[in-house]
Structures are given as C-alpha cells and as structure tokens.
Design a protein around this ligand. Structure first.
Ligand code: BLA
Length: 238
C-alpha cells in the first residue's frame, strides 16, 4: 500500500544527496514473525550524508492486516531545520491513518516564521488531509507543526491525494534544506543537539507502536528497536 511512497523517498534521497549507509544494530534491520494470525515482516534502512545525519525508514508488512511506512529525517546538528516525519498506517485497509509533518525543534515565533510558515499553502492545498483529529499519545504542541497533515482516509485516495501531498511536502523539505545556512555559533549548535535528543526521548517514551512491535516480534526486540534504532538517543526508563 505504501511501497510506492518508500520508493519515491528512496529515489529522491539518492538523487539529491551523497548517501552513505548508516549502520543498523545487528538483528534490527529486519525481523519476521509468524506469531498470531498474520505473518509480519519489518524492514528498515538507514543513511547519512553531510546535511542529514540520520535518515531512517521502516516498512512493516503484515499483508492485508497491516501496512506501515514510517520515516524520520534528522538534519545534521549544524542545521536547525525541522525533522521530516512520516507515519502512514493501514489496518485491514479499513483504518488508514496518514501523518506527515515538518516536526519543529522549537516553538518560538521566529522559528515558526522561518520553517513552518512556508508549509501553509500546502496545508491549504491538501485541506482534505487536515481533519483536526485529536492526538492521544502525543502533545500536538510539541514537535508537531500547525501545518501537519493528519487524516483518516479511504484507501483509494492513498495513491492519489496522499501521494501528491507526499511529493509536495518532500519537495518543499528539499528546497528548505538547500536554502539553509549552517549554524556556526557553538551555542546554537548545542541547542539543536539538545532539542534533537529530547525529540528522541519524547518520542520513545510515547511511541504508540511499541505494543505492535512487541506483539509481533517480542518485548525484547521491541525495546531494542525503539532504543537502539528508532530513537537511539533516548534512554529507557529505569
Ligand atoms: C499514531 N503511529 C501511530 C500509531 C501507531 C504508529 C501504531 C497508533 C495508531 C492508532 O491510532 O491505532 C506506528 N510509530 C509507528 C511505527 C513506528 C512509529 C510503526 O514510530 C516506527 C516504525 N509518528 C511517527 C512520526 C510521526 C508520527 C515520525 O513516528 C510524525 C509525522 C505521528 N503517529 C503520529 C501521530 C499519531 C501516530 C500524530 C496519532 C497518535 C495520537 O493519537 O496521539
């Protein structure tokens, strides 16, 4: 269902950046389970380049029961650009949830004006993918922008509207990346490092997917996947 999205992201990345593989801890690149009713496979890819310190994407495929495409692009520490966050989920083709955002590092007005305001016209263009859904696991005011796309959709719009929106958001992200000037002040860079680290902690602490990973691949694997790969700068609660 979301494979064309993964392919598009991959080809865009390889076209635009000099990517180098970024190692994924042993055993976490791929996992298959036939626990339960529907066999599931999860597979991840990770890259880096001078501008983007971590680009990860994951595809979870449990056939008709579930398809998930999840990705985060982490800019290098000398760029205070937002993360590119992608979370597309489909459960039994009945519940299709799409979330796409430029996830802000900071919420102050200058930051919003520089990095979030440019999203407004796309947000308006895709107003059918803006449904004012409430977030249960996350705080919409932290690490989410006001111009995120967040919608429950019918499967037939996934390859059409959702794909169009995906391409447009990606293009804007690359444009913003290309226009960005690296920070030089060590204090500014430290602020970015701290905010990116907090994002990992915040996300790992709240990730609504832990139960899903755990039910298919076991609790130990789920914990490792969360804290050693997805959000490796987060520490597990003791
Ligand atoms: C919701 N994301 C979810 C849910 C799951 C995942 C299972 C709950 C769906 C439901 O309502 O039943 C799945 N999260 C994953 C997976 C991974 C993950 C598979 O990290 C990793 C492989 N989530 C993100 C990113 C964004 C994001 C980058 O990981 C930003 C675009 C958003 N996911 C997001 C939001 C919700 C969600 C906003 C709704 C959560 C809520 O209601 O609070």
């Amino acid at each position: 269902m979301y494979k064309p999205f993964l392919e598009h992201l991959r080809s865009e990345l390889f076209e635009r950046f000099e990517l180098e593989a970024r190692p994924i801890p042993a055993g976490l690149e791929q996992c298959t389970s036939d626990r339960g009713r529907s066999p599931a496979t999860i597979e991840s890819w990770c890259y880096q380049c001078p501008e983007l310190r971590k680009i990860r994407y994951t595809y979870m495929d449990a056939g008709d029961a579930m398809q998930v495409f999840n990705s985060v692009v982490y800019p290098s520490h000398q760029y205070d650009l937002p993360f590119l966050g992608i979370d597309f989920l489909s459960f039994g083709k009945v519940k299709n949830l799409v979330v796409l955002d430029f996830q802000p590092l900071f919420q102050d007005e200058a930051y919003q004006a520089k990095y979030i305001q440019p999203l407004q016209s796309l947000h308006e263009k895709y107003d059918d993918l803006v449904q004012g859904l409430e977030m249960k696991s996350y705080d919409a005011n932290q690490y989410f922008s006001k111009y995120l796309l967040f919608a429950k959709v019918e499967p037939d719009v996934v390859p059409t509207r959702v794909f169009e929106a995906f391409k447009d958001y990606l293009n804007l992200y690359w444009e913003m990346m290309a226009a960005a000037t690296p920070l030089t002040n060590p204090e500014d860079i430290q602020r970015v490092i701290a905010a990116q680290k907090e994002y990992d902690q915040y996300s790992a602490d709240r990730d609504p997917a832990h139960g899903l990973f755990s039910s298919h691949f076991g609790n130990e694997w789920a914990n490792r996947f969360l804290f050693e790969f997805l959000f490796e700068d987060a520490k597990p609660a003791v």
